[in-house]
Structures are given as C-alpha cells and as structure tokens.
Write a protein that binds this ligand. Sequence first.
Ligand SMILES: [Zn+2]
Ligand SMILES: [Zn+2]
Length: 168
Amino acid sequence: MPDSPTDIPREFHSEYEERPFQSCTRCGEMLAGISGGYQIFKLYRQNEAIYEYALCDQCYGGVLQEFSAESTEQLHEFHRQRVSLNLGRWTCAVCGNARGEDGEVEFSLSGACVGRRLIHELMICGGCRREMQALLSRHTREVWDRFVEENFPGVPAGTISPTELVPA
Ligand SMILES: [Zn+2]
Ligand SMILES: [Zn+2]
C-alpha cells in the first residue's frame, strides 16, 4: 500500500507485528482512539530496526512528570535550540547529516501521530543520540531507565532516551 498523507509511513510500522502499531506498548490502549495522540520510536542499526515501541500520550506524559523540573526544562531547551522538526526522516534533526553519513551505522526514528496521521517525524543520528544521552541528569536517567526496564522488555537500559521523542 503506498504512503499517503493520512497513512503512517512503512518505516514507522511495527516490525514485530508487520503492520502499523495498534496499541500502546505500555498500557495496551488502542492507539487509533487516543485523542491526544501517540509517539512511535524505532532504533535502527545497519538499517535494521532493533528496538521499537509506541507510547500513548498518557503514558508519555506520566513518565515526563516523574522527571525533575530542571531536567524537563533542559530537554525542552535542547529541542528548542538544536532540533529541527521539519527535516524529514532522512536527515538528522540535530546535526543535519544524512543517514549513514561519516560511516554512522545507527539512527533513531521518532514519529508523533494522531490516529492514522503522522504529525511530526524526527531522525537522529547515532552521534547526536550519544550527545543527547549525556545531557540528561542522573535522576532523569534513572527514572527513564526504570520506566524502560518495567515497560519495554528486551530493551537494555541506556540504549534509548527520552530526548529522542518529539517534545510534548
Ligand atoms: Zn499507554
Ligand atoms: Zn546528527
């Protein structure tokens, strides 16, 4: 089926389910009916998706609330200053490199969706992912790692970061 403006592009589909994400990875809520929308995240290495999840806005908002005010402000500030939301999914939203440039094998894709519509998409290269991880306070990293451990089985702590999602 070809992509159209109202369809979630193939790259944002669940590899595991071989179709668009149907439900929130954490709470199981059906995504199509969530008025506040949801986020999709996929981590790629050598062009193969190795981790993926979908998170409804309730679950995403819940974990964000556990961050300290300072960390939340830091995340927002970083996004305001460094992240472009309009570069598409072949260009790093932070440094502007193309996928695979400089031999970088890793990148992440994030999408903010409502129903069957993709509202924002974000690609972040491996180098920028590592830089953004370092930006988090210890408290934020602990909160997030616990969240990942409890909700995303099989995803090792430290491999994904809240900085890579589209800010709420
Ligand atoms: Zn949820
Ligand atoms: Zn980059």
